[in-house]
Design a protein around this ligand. Structure first.
Ligand code: GLA
Length: 418
């Protein structure tokens, strides 16, 4: 009897990852303060963001409100306990107050520290004597997520980052509190090779910015890493830049839609960077439409938890450094596939074009997918649903996409017709 229960449990869970701390089988969803607010954070912003998360976004699956750098007292730790202290001016009631407040609203709270001696903005950090104390403090405060950065390290840490990130992992586990552990060492020392054993996610690159060049650069770097992503363990291509205006950079609506779709396909944590307090403003409706597309979110939260792969490309003309240098013009379509439960597949067709969206050497394209080339049978008929326009068609042997603008994406779910 017991054996049957165990077998049944294994079947439900499926693949058991190396680091199963019971937190987040599918990619975490939430918000982080850094991309828009940087160090301009305080208690009021976090409380209002928790309120917005609770009333507007929880229903879509978002749940974490993560405080990034600059939250602690810059002058240092408590003299006696050696614990980190929240900045008394900006966070007068401390972090536990915010965690309790978040929990009372069904929201989870995240915090930030660093494996080195100072955080990237120069605040006290956990290295190397404080991993255990800080893990205990975060657990005591009721923190649910820790982002652990990579600034101000020394030679010893850089010689074996897995050892020091691993110490924090153990320290967090010893607290008994389930805390999502997010390693942020920018892809240095190939974290995908060691971080899956000790963490829930690991940054694969340097910092994102709200430009197409940045999105594409990060996309390319994550493309070969699909085998390292799975239940409870995710490549982290960095936080979302949908509707994040950071002059001189800002993604267009179409670019933001592509970015969001691709991050969902990549099993990335979906951490919003925009001001979600204003998500219902009329002039921001386009952003709300993107981040609350439930069918695209469902790709990210699919229970197979498989990262998308490039199935094939249609690349024509001479392209150098993402620019078309061919007098006859160029085409650059990437076809990404993500296996879903029930034998279904999501296929995202990206017209990545050049760096400049107005580059006349690229154009709007529709693309015909031979079903064989995306792993489907030639004899079956499929229902194909466009997850942005919500249109449905049937396809056999091949499928022709809608017309896709430069820097835009179309994403389809293929289901076998009954
Ligand atoms: C690093 C990280 C960013 C952010 C900043 C904060 O650059 O990669 O995501 O946390 O530090 O200073």
């Amino acid at each position: 009897m017991k054996l049957n229960i165990l077998l049944a449990a294994l079947l439900v869970v499926g693949y058991v990852s190396a680091f199963d701390n019971g937190v987040a089988r599918t990619p975490p969803m939430g918000w982080n303060s850094w991309n828009l607010f940087a160090c301009n954070i305080n208690e009021q912003l976090i409380i209002e963001t928790i309120d917005a998360m609770s009333s507007k976004l929880l229903k879509y699956g978002y749940q974490y409100v993560n405080i990034d750098d600059c939250w602690s007292r810059k002058e240092g730790r408590d003299n006696t306990t050696k614990e980190l202290i929240a900045d008394p001016i900006r966070f007068p009631r401390g972090i536990k107050y915010l965690a309790d407040y978040a929990h009372s609203k069904g929201v989870k709270l995240g915090i930030y520290s660093d494996v080195g001696f100072l955080t990237c903005a120069g605040y006290p950090a956990s290295g190397k004597d404080f991993y255990e104390i800080d893990a205990k403090t975060f657990a005591k405060w009721g923190v649910d997520y820790l982002k652990f950065d990579w600034c101000f390290t020394d030679d010893e840490i850089r010689a074996a980052p897995w050892k020091f990130y691993g110490r924090m992992s153990q320290a967090l586990n010893s607290t008994g509190r389930p805390i999502f552990y997010s390693i942020c060492n920018w892809g240095d020392f190939k974290p995908w090779e060691w971080a899956p054993k000790i963490s829930n996610s690991w940054r694969t690159t340097g910092d994102i910015n709200p430009s197409w060049a940045s999105v594409i650069d990060i996309l390319d770097k994550n493309r070969p890493l699909h085998q390292f992503s799975g239940p409870y363990t995710f490549n982290d291509p960095d936080m979302l830049e949908v509707e994040v205006d950071r002059p001189p950079n800002k993604l267009t609506v179409e670019e933001a839609r592509s970015h969001f779709t691709l991050w969902a396909m990549l099993n990335s944590p979906l951490l919003l960077g925009n001001d979600i307090r204003r998500i219902d403003d009329q002039d921001r409706k386009w952003a709300k439409d993107i981040i609350t597309n439930e069918e695209v979110i469902a790709l990210s939260q699919d229970n197979l938890v498989l990262q998308a792969k490039v199935l094939y490309e249609d690349k024509r003309g001479e392209i150098k450094d993402n620019k078309c240098v061919d007098q006859n013009g160029c085409v650059w379509i990437e076809v990404w596939g993500k296996q879903l439960v029930g034998g279904n597949i999501a296929v995202a067709v990206l017209n990545r074009a050049g760096v400049d969206v107005n580059d006349p050497k690229f154009k709007k394209e529709s693309h015909t997918i031979p079903l064989k080339s995306i792993g489907l049978s030639d004899t079956n008929e499929y229902v194909v649903r466009n997850l942005w326009t919500k249109q449905k068609t049937n396809a056999k042997q091949q499928f022709t996409t809608d017309s896709i603008d430069q820097h835009s994406i179309a994403v389809y779910k293929f289901t076998k017709a009954q």
